[in-house]
Design a protein around this ligand. Sequence first.
Ligand code: ZZB
Length: 258
Amino acid sequence: QEYTGVKMEVLEWSSAAKAMIEAAVGARKVFLVAATLRPETMYGQTNCFVGPALKYGVFAINETEAYVCTYRAARNMAFQGISTPRGHVEQLAEIEGSSIVGTKIKAPFAINPEVYVLPMDNVLATKGTGVVTSVPSDSPDDYATLIDLRKKADFYKIDPKWAAIDPVPVVDTPTYGNLIAPALVQQLKIQSQKDIKQLAEAKEIAYKEGFYSGTMLVGEFKGESVQEAKPKVRASMIEHGVAFAYAEPEGLVISRSS
Ligand code: ZZB
């Protein structure tokens, strides 16, 4: 699976993380790194998600930068030559997802350029980097989670202002309009992020509609089809130094030696 790794620079650590992380990273710039299949939707980022119960590391990528992601992702990056020296993983600190929540980060290419880290129950430790950039206009999981967080801020231990940015129209589709995720969540009567089955169906529809019938409403490639714009937005992000190619090895690769 070929993802785009999106670099979200930390602007202000949560109080739970600040002292420990700042001591561990020294002068390095720190980025939360999300793996996405939808680089063309990055204009619509409204926050970022981590799994509150997952363990993350802060990894030295080179002399000047450190990335926050799962150990598994850092290892993949090391073998893909994203970090130096190739194949070597240097962990500077370990941190629970729940302690990262509330951190303020830069959202590259987004119309809202500064967003907060929030908790999401369904973040898988086994996919991508364990950090998910949230685009509630186009991702039903992101929209359902954002609504949960807004309804039960106390329960989720968040400050409501961290979840205050509304979905931003980024892609127009003939059938579902310019906010496909909210439209699908309503149509499929999805109540919360716990409705895993309906959310999987909604995601499938949103991917297909967006890719085959979507038109860009914003950004450098406004007016172009999503199919045309997707690789161009990705290339532009890479050129601007805010993204990189990140491949996920398939599970099968491991057993291929036999
Ligand atoms: C931004 C985005 C915008 C995404 C969108 C999707 C959509 P998939 O399809 O199952 O292979 N993701 C990445 N890592 C994780 C993780 N560890 N746990 C849970 N979710 C994760 O998954 C790829 C997508 O799932 C990624 O692309 C990411 O969310 C999320 F408008 O990034 B995406 C219709 C989907 N739209």
